[in-house]
Design a protein around this ligand. Structure first.
Ligand SMILES: Cc1cc2nc3c(=O)[nH]c(=O)nc-3n(C[C@H](O)[C@H](O)[C@H](O)COP(=O)(O)OP(=O)(O)OC[C@H]3O[C@@H](n4cnc5c(N)ncnc54)[C@H](O)[C@@H]3O)c2cc1C
Length: 596
């Protein structure tokens, strides 16, 4: 069961009505971007998702990638699909035109990425990492490295990886041990990295690794880490491949999901040392790598959304086919499909409403990223950047946690068949599970939010966000039907919960950091639910405004009903989480280690 049909109507609604595509078109470089252009691009992105990537999803899961003497061989069909993907220019969709990219807004790229992740998350990971590598190289590498590597990465002829993790260095990268020793105009890198996504494969002629390593005289901890570019094949001055570098894939992991994405143990310098080039400044590699990690965190948040949408579509289609039981209160007559049962409706709308909330939240943040890069006024750029900084951990943490919950609910809608691999529902759940772990676990995202993002500006960016939510609340008044008062009431309660939880966090993080960090995941989830409610309220308002035109009424009425469901059934979680946040972590820390 791998059919996937992109939710283009909702995507276009969010892009135009909520994320403000029109205002992006006023930015330098985006002058040509119109709703029609974005719509045409997304239709084509939907085709490659539905016709090329989705049909490979199950096959990739069953057969996976394999390791041979020559290196990693991608799962069957993936090489041809990748070729088509890059030949059509998808890899460089939002890439820099100076290096051959198409220069479209990240907002459009986020929508395309959602589709590719829904259709085939394993496949989508390869361009996801390449995009992060491109950003880090563009931001920090020398002009020579940029001109040598970026055009091929932008086109997708070469792919990029992120080499952080080592056996003793997972969440804590200060423990990185891989070494780099200067030799003429380059370095020799030696060490072992683990869990490297698409660390080796045969879909591209070269793989460009961004590697964290230590110089011999480097200080201990995170301040002694540098960033290096280490290609699988060395590259001559004219751009041609000039022989194999000393970097190999030692093994690939057997794992719960994303079987077609090879997760590699990478050996650097088993012989003479892998040749690598310093990116940015010595000992500032972790800060440089954060360019790639932030980009990847935003994209993994979108991955949570994408996988949830795939799971939802499968569940919805099954619920319309599976006949079981009769309507409530009827003992005879025709049996009905399970979508007629109120509890199945609850599950489907729980999935759908949260997906629409995540989509709106994720795309609006993608537009903020575009605005933070491109607005002419420096103060405005800074304002958008402050929001991006604040909400990146929420996008990553909340959307991936919901991705797992929604994929699990998808299995529930299928009943027993959901647990059987044949239907594909279980694959969504297995694939979704990694997204809360890599690119920094949920706990690490929450720690970043309360330990760094909130205190850095003493809560100013959060206060501005709450102000924007209150402004929407004000617009929800004066409605003549029952939907809008319910949306307003619940958004008001959610916003108040966010404000109170934020005050508690700001007071507590300095004085009782254990209590604040113990409550941090609840706070992060609270923030996510309220951000989702804020965007769904905006969506309801936009739908109400459009309804007067008399076209597409079904879509707009469904949007308002879905926003109300979210407000009534999902948003109250924020108030419950506030109670949990304010009770701190004293109980979590009450037991001694031996009592566990
Ligand atoms: C399939 C897959 C693909 C991956 N791809 C890549 C890749 O391409 N490149 C790469 O470099 N790495 C990659 N990783 C590694 C991944 O980023 C790490 O697994 C992840 O960061 C967690 O590190 P860890 O596994 O060492 O867990 P640990 O750090 O040991 O964490 C274990 C638990 O402790 C918690 N914890 C640890 N420290 C803290 C703390 N300070 N505060 C609160 N909680 C904490 C964590 O939240 C987690 O619940 C991948 C991993 C997998 C499984």
């Amino acid at each position: 069961m791998t059919a996937y049909s992109a939710p283009l109507r909702d995507m276009q609604f969010v892009i135009s009505e909520l994320a403000g595509l029109d205002s992006l078109a006023t930015l330098p470089g985006y002058e040509e971007v119109t709703a029609e252009l974005a719509g045409a691009v997304l239709e084509e992105a939907a085709k490659i998702a539905g016709e090329v990537l989705a049909p490979l999803n199950k096959l990739g899961d069953e057969r996976g990638a394999s390791l041979t003497k020559e290196g990693v061989v991608a799962a069957e069909g993936f090489g041809a699909a990748y070729r088509r993907f890059i030949d059509n220019g998808w890899n460089g969709l939002s890439g820099d035109p100076d290096y051959g990219g198409q220069g479209l807004p990240g907002l459009v790229a986020a929508a395309a990425a959602e589709m590719w992740n829904s259709a085939n998350m394993s496949f989508a990971l390869c361009p996801l990492l390449t995009a992060g590598a491109m950003e880090a190289i563009k931001a920090h590498a020398s002009d020579e490295l940029k001109s040598r590597y970026l055009p091929k990465l932008v086109s997708g002829e070469w792919s990029g990886t992120m080499n952080l993790t080592e056996p003793q260095a997972g969440s804590d990268l200060s423990a990185v041990r891989t070494r780099a020793v200067l030799e003429g105009d380059h370095y020799r890198i030696s060490g072992q990295k683990m869990f490297i996504t698409w660390g080796d494969h045969d879909m591209t002629e070269n793989v460009v690794h961004l590697v964290l390593a230590r110089l011999p005289d480097a200080p201990e901890g995170t301040r002694g880490i540098s960033l290096f570019l280490v290609p699988k094949f060395l590259v001559g001055a004219d751009g041609s491949l000039a022989g194999r570098n000393d970097v190999t894939c030692a093994s690939i992991e057997h794992k719960l999901g994303i079987h077609a994405s090879p997760t590699c143990v990478m050996s650097f310098g088993e012989k003479e040392g892998a040749i690598g080039y310093l990116v940015g400044r010595k000992n500032e590699g972790l800060a440089h790598m954060f360019t790639m990690m932030n980009e990847a965190r935003q994209k993994v948040g979108i991955q949570g959304l994408g996988i949830a949408e795939g799971a939802y579509q499968a569940a919805r289609d099954y619920a319309k086919e599976r006949v079981q039981g009769r309507p409530v209160g009827q003992r005879s007559g025709d049996r009905v499909t399970i979508i007629h049962h109120p509890d199945v409706r609850r599950m489907l709308l729980t999935m759908k409403s949260q997906i629409e909330a995540m989509r709106a939240f994720g795309y609006v943040l993608a537009a903020d990223i575009d605005l933070a890069h491109k607005r002419r006024d420096a103060a405005e750029r800074q304002r958008h950047q402050a929001r991006v900084d604040l909400l990146t951990p929420v996008l990553k943490g909340w959307c991936t946690e919901l991705g797992v919950e929604i994929a699990s609910m998808g299995v529930q809608v299928f009943g027993g068949m959901g647990y059987i691999e044949e239907t594909g529902a279980a694959q969504y759940l297995r694939d979704a599970r990694i997204a809360t772990i890599y690119e920094g676990t949920t706990g690490i995202q929450a720690g970043d939010l309360v330990g760094r993002k909130l205190p850095t500006d003493n809560g100013r960016a959060m206060a501005a966000l709450i102000g924007d939510m209150r402004a929407v609340e004000g617009q929800l008044g004066g409605a003549d039907n029952v939907d809008f008062p319910a949306i307003r009431e619940n958004l008001a309660a959610g916003t108040q919960a966010l404000e109170q939880a934020t005050q508690w966090m700001l007071q507590t993080i300095g004085t009782e950091p254990n209590a604040a960090l113990g409550a941090s995941v609840n706070y992060m989830m609270l923030t996510g639910y309220v951000c989702g409610g804020w965007q769904m309220a905006r969506a309801a308002l936009a739908a109400r405004a459009q309804l007067t035109a008399g076209v597409d009424e079904d879509f707009y009425r469904a949007k308002i009903a879905t926003a109300r469901f979210y407000a009534e059934q999902i948003l109250p979680k924020a108030t419950a989480l506030l109670t949990a946040v304010k009770s701190g972590a004293s109980t979590a820390l009450a037991l001694e280690e031996e009592q566990f």
